[in-house]
Design a protein around this ligand. Structure first.
Ligand code: NAG
Ligand code: NAG
Ligand code: NAG
Length: 429
């Protein structure tokens, strides 16, 4: 029994040993491959690696985006970290792996073989070409070459901040094979989108989609592949730091008409809010590109706010003049008529209330008391209304103006905020 087991074990060892030795290649095999491919073939990296030189080298591009590095609206610059996977067939780099102990893949330095030169056609910095001599290219026995250059790609991007901060930006980076026409080197997108494998989300931008297109033709008939990214701004930061403070300032601004005139603070208060809005205008214009095509909606909103604030200052100045007039100065008839029209609504309202209480005379004692009081008050009002107009002083007129201004400027501010949100949201999509 023991002998049989030993024999079986030794056979197993021999078989396994055979497999290992047949799979193992020595350094001499690697030398031989490189000699056969690059020395004996007299490989020239300037020659396009297709047998029929009137056919194009088909180059397939894949892109993997790692992260969005920066999106600079002011300088219209977009940079991201990505790797390209470039795949093509090299007719000259083929070998029979069985002759070289089964080696079917080698790695070659970028400078030793023909590589499709890829150049960014819209660079925003100097490094437009993606290849460098430290890169390596993997070559398979049937001639497939795979080169994976990784780079910080800096491209220009035309920015559209109309719907700031609810905007969506479209940026693209296009690669051309400079020096070769499309019938010599044909770049094509291998997959229709950019691969998000290993993508790290950005703090300011959501990458909502991507697209790879090959239709475009470069400067002089080169083939061009464009990688397009669609990004949506994460608006929370701007909403909290810019939009909400602007809304609060609008609310504070109209409250100047509630501030009692005797305090003497009115002018200081409304000038301060005017300046605060001007400061926000400066901050926002620093955050956005200085172009007028298209103008960001938020700039118009700030302009309207500044206009409203200036009008408030103007109205406050005029109102303070009215307030400080002597009581014995005569009030123009027109103002008196206006005052009566505006305050008459009040007396009519109280009249209605009285009828209302009369109808609901359920708790009799209290309501009688109330209605009698009301009647007395109404009589007083009637007396003043019917009586001579001398009762209408400048101070009363000024007070009335405060109320009118408060209502109308509040309405203006609310309308401006609502219109801004609607227009910004609409122009963002
Ligand atoms: C390369 O050519 C030399 C000389 O012609 C020859 O001796 C050698 O075997 C060849 N090497 C390979 C790997 O074919
Ligand atoms: C080379 O390719 C062109 C275009 O595909 C073809 O017309 C031509 O016959 C080919 N030449 C040879 C020698 O195969
Ligand atoms: C380039 O390749 C694409 C897809 O492989 C093909 O449809 C197109 O005709 C090629 N263009 C040229 C000029 O060879």
């Amino acid at each position: 029994m023991k002998k049989i087991i030993l024999i079986i074990l030794s056979i197993c060892f021999i078989v396994v040993g055979c497999f290992i030795s047949s799979g193992s290649a020595s350094i001499n095999d690697a030398y031989k491959i490189h000699e056969a491919l690059f020395v004996n073939n007299s490989y020239n990296r300037n020659i396009r690696p297709v047998w029929n030189q009137s056919q194009a080298v088909q180059v397939h591009l894949y892109m993997f985006i790692k992260s969005i590095q920066e999106f600079d609206e002011v300088n219209e610059k977009f940079s991201f970290i990505a790797a390209l996977r470039v795949v093509w067939y090299d007719y000259l780099l083929q070998w029979d792996s069985s002759l070289y102990s089964g080696i079917n893949e080698i790695t070659v330095s970028y400078d030793d073989l023909w590589v499709p030169e890829l150049t960014l056609s819209s660079p925003s910095s100097r490094s437009a070409s993606i290849g460098k001599s430290t890169d390596r290219v993997r070559v398979k026995a049937h001639g497939e070459c795979e080169w994976i250059p990784a780079a910080l790609i800096e491209s220009t991007c035309s920015v559209d901040v109309k719907g700031y901060p609810f905007d969506t930006q479209t940026c693209s980076a296009s690669y051309v094979s400079l020096g070769y026409k499309i019938h010599e080197v044909n770049l094509t997108a291998a997959i229709p989108t950019v691969s998000l494998m290993g993508y790290q989300p950005n703090a300011l931008w959501d990458l909502i989609g991507s697209k790879v297109t090959t239709e475009a033709i470069g400067y002089g008939g080169e083939s061009e592949v464009s990688f397009t990214f669609f990004m949506k701004r994460k608006s929370a930061f701007v909403v909290v730091n810019i939009i909400l403070p602007i809304f609060f300032l609008s609310i504070l601004n109209v409250l100047v008409f509630v501030l009692v005139p005797e305090s003497g603070e009115r002018m200081g208060y409304c000038i301060t809010t005017l300046l605060a809005i001007a400061v926000y205008m400066t901050i926002v214009s620093d955050m956005l590109p200085k172009n007028s095509e298209p103008m960001p909606v938020i700039s118009y909103k700030l302009m309207v706010d500044l206009l409203i604030s200036s009008l408030i200052v103007l109205v406050t100045i005029l109102n303070m003049r009215m307030w400080n007039r002597e009581d014995n100065e005569t009030v123009p008839k027109m103002l008196k008529v206006l005052y009566k029209i505006l305050s008459c609504r009040k007396c009519r309202n109280s009249g209605k209330n009285q009828i209302h209480t009369d109808n609901n005379n359920k708790v009799e004692v209290i309501s009688i008391n109330k209605s009698t009081k009301k009647n007395i008050n109404n009589d007083d009002d009637d007396a003043t209304d019917n009586g001579d107009d001398d009762d209408i002083t400048w101070k009363r007129i000024s007070h009335m103006f405060d109320m009118v201004a408060l209502v109308s400027f509040t309405a203006m501010s609310v309308i401006s905020c609502v219109v801004y949100i609607i227009v910004a949201k609409l122009s963002a999509n």
